[in-house]
Ligand binder design. Structure first.
Ligand code: SAM
Length: 221
């Protein structure tokens, strides 16, 4: 029997197939993605549609009631997380930009999830340090400035309930993490962050080849 490959490299055609074979987007998502695309180059910061579906499923499957996100931009990942939660769920979103999150607020209102979301503007490290120290979150998503990841990770993991999940975006950095001759502030920060996660005995973790690489970690009891 021909051995099956342990992974399947994606090209544009296969990625298109993958996108076409997930639950379809609704008008709120379509409009938000179109509005974000009109921002031009910044739009690359938005998470991918399959990642959004995955976040929503993870949140719903774990029954998360309190969640936190670092890096909201125009609100696509927050929309997915909020939609995965029950109506009494609470998502705390941290970002710096009034302008980009104004787009997010409109999309959340259209989707009917605005009441589940609190947005705090300001440097995320400061906001996180100001939160109660007790474990309070069931789910977290980190997707902001890459050099801030170690602080966001540490402040969030200590506030995660046992069994809680944290997902972190861009951990493969376009595949450059394994290209030893390549360096850059963000790339080196991601490499250091990945080693930090591996050494963190508070969690068990796995890197998923979703979008630009997604680390998924569960806080151990
Ligand atoms: C990659 S985007 C987030 C994309 C978003 N998750 C989505 O689904 O569209 C990164 C965001 O992090 C925010 N950001 C960058 N540095 C930050 C900081 N120090 N504190 C809080 N937010 C920050 C930026 O304003 C930007 O909106």
């Amino acid at each position: 029997m021909t051995p099956r490959p342990k992974f399947t490299p994606l090209d544009d055609r296969l990625y298109g197939y993958l996108l076409a074979h997930r639950s379809p987007d609704d008008d709120v998502v379509r409009e938000l993605r179109e509005e974000t695309a009109r921002l031009g180059g910044h739009a690359v910061m938005q998470i991918s549609p399959d990642q959004a579906t995955l976040l929503r499923i993870l949140v719903a499957a774990t029954g998360a009631r309190r969640a936190i996100e670092v890096g909201t931009f125009t609100g696509f990942s927050a929309l997915a997380i909020a939609r995965g939660m029950a109506p009494e769920g609470q998502l705390l979103c941290l970002d710096l930009s009034e302008e980009w999150t104004a787009i997010a607020r409109r999309a959340w209102a259209k989707a009917g999830v605005a009441r589940r979301i609190e947005l705090r503007l300001g440097p995320a490290a400061e906001t996180l340090r100001g939160l109660p120290a007790s474990p309070q979150f069931d789910f977290a998503f980190i997707d902001a400035d890459k050099r801030g990841y170690p602080v966001y990770w540490d402040e969030i993991v200590r506030r995660l309930r046992p069994g809680g999940l944290v997902a972190v975006d861009n951990v493969l950095w376009g595949g450059e993490v394994v290209q030893a001759d390549k360096h850059g502030e963000d790339l080196d920060a991601i490499r250091q962050f990945n080693e930090m996660v591996l050494a963190d005995t508070r969690v068990e973790s796995v890197m998923l080849a979703v979008a630009d690489g997604l680390t998924l970690a569960r806080k151990l009891p």
